[in-house]
Design a protein around this ligand. Structure first.
Ligand SMILES: [Zn+2]
Length: 534
């Protein structure tokens, strides 16, 4: 059965640097894939038995989130977790009032997410004493907005089985007081995981419902392919069951979480709806908690002092280059794409060193090794990465929310002003992509495209450095480039013959509106393989 969709279609192009100005009238779809695009009359003549669906609006390829965390986000953004995010609660008073209310009405442990002392100014130091005072006997766990730190009280430590004898995992740590007791702070994934384990266990039963709800929300925001950079393979049967019921609203691409001493799963398996793409590693941490590895110090400001950083603090990587290589090597040897979290310029240098060694050692050609976030990445580093065949995914939405913080409070105009320099990435020849990192900022791919063009925060602050991108580059970052980065360019990313009919209907022309208008694009409908999902 052939379906012809008509409307104002912006097919974009699967080819790099192609002209994307083309507008077509119609698209013929068979068995979920695009057969041809062209004029409505030509397609109707070629397919006289086809059903025609007239769509009201602009039609463009479904968007792709190249670095998400939908499984964890499904829990964090659900009613199981108190929402403290700065996008929901702008100030410290509101955060503390919300926590007190949640604890007062709690019938069990309280989990909260979104603490951000840089945007919610005046928050007290989130140590065990504060959380004991707030929570009392109620186990209280608060996740820092970046996910790189978690704060917990004594009752939550007991519930998670943590005490002064709990060792620091490799690449992560628990804060400790002078007498060796846990201070109520866990830093980085391996330690954070131990603190939130009871929350994840409590969410297990509701996960099928929570995951579908979250993925449908992402589909409504225009995403048709979503990656998960910290996937737990225990969830595979749940996703397989959803696929069997035709109830998975987006395609999933997942990255296994690396572990020291881990071994690679065999490659292969999965299909166009759901498969493993690569393996995630971490080099450094979050700019918002002081643990990114930079060649330059943090500024000495009220904000950095409030974070508990010493004057002119310099952050360090979670791993040495030798440790990172030891973790990454078995996965690279197994043929997997690596995706490494890196923000600071020193972390980027050492990750590129490791990548270069692995590429050479194993003679890797089309590896597409990734660098994630790339906050302080320099033009020279973008050029080096491109020469190695390494690809980059930038967290440009940092500018929207933390633009002023990056320049005035943390790093100054030179280093903060050029943050997430997507223009430099494209100038170096990258097929760069953008992302929202799961729950860390709202999933607004059109806002990402806009802010990469304007480099202007939500407060109207124009970043003093970095290079704006073009509209074609911005659109590519959530379509064709992202498809390529996820080894899925033969399936999605553009509306071209042979690719899946994954498309969205939007209320404005994504090519010609201003960047400000693009940010507010409304998605009217989302189609996956020619079937409407929302
Ligand atoms: Zn992430």
């Amino acid at each position: 059965m052939t379906t012809i969709f008509t409307g104002r279609i912006r097919p974009l192009s699967p080819e790099v640097d192609a002209d994307i100005d083309e507008e077509v009238e119609a698209m013929a779809v068979v068995d979920g894939r695009i057969l041809e695009v062209g004029t409505a009359s030509a397609l109707a003549a070629a397919h006289p038995d086809a059903e025609t669906v007239a769509l009201d609006g602009w039609i463009m390829p479904g968007l792709i989130e190249p670095h998400g965390h939908p499984a964890f986000s499904a829990i964090l953004l659900s009613d199981l977790v108190v929402d403290l995010r700065p996008v929901t609660i702008p100030d410290a008073e509101g955060v503390l009032a919300t926590l007190r209310a949640a604890i007062a009405s709690a019938s069990g442990p309280v989990y909260a997410n979104g603490w951000d002392a840089l945007l919610q100014r005046g928050l007290p130091e989130p140590d065990r004493a504060l959380l004991d005072e707030l929570g009392g006997d109620v186990p209280l766990t608060i996740i820092q907005n970046s996910g790189h730190a978690v704060y917990f009280n004594s009752a939550a430590a007991r519930a998670a089985g943590l005490d002064r004898d709990t060792p620091d995992p490799v690449g992560a740590s628990f804060g400790r007081t002078a007498d060796g007791e846990l201070s109520g702070v866990a830093l980085e994934a391996a330690a954070v995981e131990q603190v939130v384990a009871p929350m994840l266990a409590a969410a297990q039963q509701r996960l099928p419902e929570l995951l579908v709800t979250h993925l449908r929300d992402l589909a409504a925001r225009g995403l048709t392919t979503v990656s998960d950079l910290s996937w737990n393979a225990d969830l595979n049967p749940l996703v397989q069951a959803l696929i069997a019921k035709d109830a998975l609203p987006v395609r999933l691409r997942w990255y296994e979480t690396s572990h020291p001493g881990g071994t690679a799963a065999p490659r292969g398996g999965g299909d166009a709806m759901f498969r493993q793409t690569g393996v995630k590693t971490w080099s450094d941490g979050s700019p918002w908690v002081g643990n990114i590895a930079t060649s330059f110090p943090y500024l000495d400001t009220q904000a950095t002092r409030d974070l508990g950083l010493e004057p002119h603090h310099v952050g360090h990587a979670n791993y040495t280059a030798a440790q990172l290589r030891e973790i990454a090597e078995p996965y690279a040897a197994g043929g997997w794409q690596l995706a490494c979290h890196t923000h600071g310029d020193l972390a980027i240098d050492s990750t590129l060193d490791v990548y270069e060694q692995l590429i050479e050692r194993y003679g890797l050609a089309d590896h597409r090794f990734r660098l994630e976030h790339c906050g302080a990445m320099t033009p020279a580093q973008f050029a080096r990465a491109a020469a190695l065949g390494v690809t980059v995914s930038l967290f440009v939405d940092h500018i929207t929310y933390w633009g002023e913080v990056l320049v005035d409070d943390l790093f100054g105009a030179e280093h903060g002003g050029a943050w997430a320099d997507a223009g430099a990435a494209f100038a170096a020849g990258h097929r760069a992509t953008f992302h929202n990192d799961g729950w860390v900022t709202p999933n607004e791919p059109f806002r990402n495209m806009a802010v990469a063009q304007t480099r202007t925060s939500r407060g109207g602050f124009r970043m003093p450095g970095g290079t704006p991108v073009t509209r074609a580059q911005a659109l590519g970052a959530h379509t064709t480039h992202a498809a390529w980065q996820l080894f899925s360019e033969h399936e999605v990313g553009a509306l071209a013959p042979g690719l899946f009919a994954d498309f969205i209907v939007v209320d404005r022309d994504p090519l010609t509106v201003t960047a400000e208008e693009l940010a507010h694009t409304q998605v009217r409908a989302t189609y996956l393989a020619g079937e409407r999902v929302v």
